[in-house]
Design a protein around this ligand. Structure first.
Ligand SMILES: [Ca+2]
Ligand SMILES: [Ca+2]
Ligand SMILES: [Ca+2]
Length: 278
C-alpha cells in the first residue's frame, strides 16, 4: 500500500469510527447522555389490544432495548391531526415486549414517565417537576395509578389520559409466548393545561419506560434509561420527528458511500499494479 492509499484508508476508518460513535451516543442534547429515540409519525394505525393486531402494526416505529439483564424492548410512534399549523398532537403509541416475562403475576408492572415542554427543555432536576407525568400499570391492569410532579414529589391525579392493554402471547418479534403491552397516551388531553407558543415550536419530550417481572424479582426493574423514576435528569430524550420512519437509517448512507469508494480505490490500485492502468 503506498502512502497516498494509506492516508485515504486512515481517513475512511476515522470517518467510520466517528459515525459509529454518533450512532451509539445519539444526540448530545439528550437529558441522560446516550439515550434518545425518534418518535415518528405513524404509517400504520394502532389498535390498543395488547397484541400485534396485524403483521405491520408496529413495523413503522423506532425500537430501544431496556437496560437490565432481562430482554425487553419498547417501540414508540405518534399520530398528529392535520389541521392548520401547528398540527395538533393527538396520540403517542407505545409497544412494550418483555420477552423474559412469561408469567401473569400480581406484582408485574409497567411504569411510563413523561415530561414535556415547548420551545425549551423540560425543567429537569432531581425531583418530579410540574411538567412530569407518570403512570403505573400494575398486575396486568388490576391496579392503575396516575401522577403529576409538584416540584418535590409525585401527586396522585384522577385524569385518565392513557389506555393500556396487555396479553401473554407470541408476536412477529418472538414465537415464545411473552408479555406484550400496548399503550396510548392522549397528548392533547395531557398538555391541555400547558401554554403552547403560537409560533408552533416543536415540543421537547423526555421519557422513561420501565417493566418489572415478579417471577424474575432478582433481576429488578428493567428500564430505559436505568436510573431513578423520581429524577427527570435520568430520563431519555424522545425526539419529535415530523415525518414517517425512513426505510433504512440515514446514518448508513455515509458508511455505505465510504465502503464503495474504498472498494473502487483498491480495485483501481490492483488493476494498475497488474499493468492495466485505467
Ligand atoms: Ca394491537
Ligand atoms: Ca435488557
Ligand atoms: Ca410475570
Amino acid at each position: 500500500m503506498n502512502k497516498k492509499l494509506k492516508f485515504v484508508v486512515t481517513i475512511c476508518i476515522i470517518m467510520l469510527c466517528s459515525l459509529y460513535l454518533i450512532s451509539i451516543t445519539g444526540t448530545v442534547t439528550a437529558q441522560k447522555q446516550g439515550y434518545s429515540v425518534e418518535n415518528y409519525d405513524l404509517l400504520n394505525s394502532v389498535t390498543v389490544d395488547g397484541a400485534w393486531t396485524n403483521p405491520s402494526e408496529w413495523t413503522d416505529a423506532e425500537e430501544r432495548q431496556l437496560d437490565g439483564d432481562l430482554d425487553a424492548i419498547f417501540r414508540v410512534k405518534k399520530i398528529t391531526e392535520l389541521r392548520p399549523f401547528p398540527p395538533a398532537l393527538l396520540h403517542q403509541y407505545y409497544l412494550i415486549e418483555f420477552f423474559d416475562d412469561t408469567t401473569s403475576d400480581v406484582g408485574d408492572y409497567l411504569r411510563i414517565c413523561f415530561a414535556a415542554a415547548y420551545g425549551a427543555e423540560p425543567a429537569g432536576g432531581s425531583s418530579p417537576q410540574d411538567d412530569c407525568y407518570r403512570w403505573d400499570y400494575v398486575g396486568h391492569g388490576t391496579s392503575f395509578s396516575s401522577y403529576k410532579g409538584d416540584g418535590t414529589a409525585w401527586a396522585a391525579r384522577s385524569v385518565r389520559d392513557v389506555q393500556i392493554e396487555d396479553t401473554i402471547g407470541t408476536s412477529p418479534l418472538s414465537d415464545t409466548p411473552h408479555l406484550i403491552i400496548e399503550a396510548s397516551i392522549q397528548i392533547e388531553v395531557l398538555l391541555s393545561g400547558q401554554i403552547q407558543p403560537s409560533g408552533g415550536e416543536p415540543p421537547v419530550w423526555w421519557i422513561r419506560i420501565a417493566v418489572y417481572d415478579e417471577s424474575n424479582s432478582g433481576a429488578g426493574e428493567q428500564a430505559w434509561p436505568s436510573g431513578s423514576v423520581d429524577v427527570p435528569d435520568d430520563w431519555g430524550l424522545m425526539e419529535f420527528t415530523n415525518e414517517v420512519i425512513p426505510e433504512f437509517p440515514t446514518w448508513i448512507i455515509i458508511p455505505l458511500f465510504v465502503t464503495v469508494t474504498l472498494t473502487v480505490i483498491i480495485w483501481r490500485k490492483r488493476l494498475t499494479k497488474n499493468g492495466t492502468p485505467i
